[in-house]
Write a protein that binds this ligand. Structure first.
Ligand code: TYC
Length: 102
């Protein structure tokens, strides 16, 4: 018998939960005018995909209308969206890129 029948010496550790920052999905939307090769280039350039991965994802968007191209912190997602939208605008393509909370 350790004489601890009232649990006075038992320490229940609490653990402050570490909040993870929310993540954001970056999505690319299909349209009728942006050339397929341009979308492939965007996916390679701004999302680090290989040519084969980029081509496959572009085709998914072309067929399904939308796809998630990556999941990032709020700041990184905002930067990616701005980079894609600016690049598309400069090339006069209507390509749309948006973000949404996961
Ligand atoms: N639908 C476009 C075409 O036929 C290609 C395309 C794919 C456009 C994906 C946007 O996010 C997109 N030229």
């Amino acid at each position: 018998d350790d004489g601890n029948d009232d649990e006075t010496s038992v320490i229940y550790k609490t653990r402050a939960k570490t909040a993870r920052p929310p993540l954001y999905k970056v999505l690319i939307l299909n349209d009728d005018y942006t050339p397929m090769e341009f979308v492939v280039h965007v996916l390679e350039r701004f999302f680090g995909l290989s040519h084969a991965q980029a081509f496959e994802l572009m085709l998914t968007v072309h067929k399904k209308g939308v796809a998630v191209v990556g999941v990032f912190s709020h700041e990184v997602a905002e930067t990616k969206v701005a980079q894609v939208m600016d690049f598309a605008r400069r090339h006069q393509h209507p390509l749309q890129c948006t973000m949404e909370k996961e």
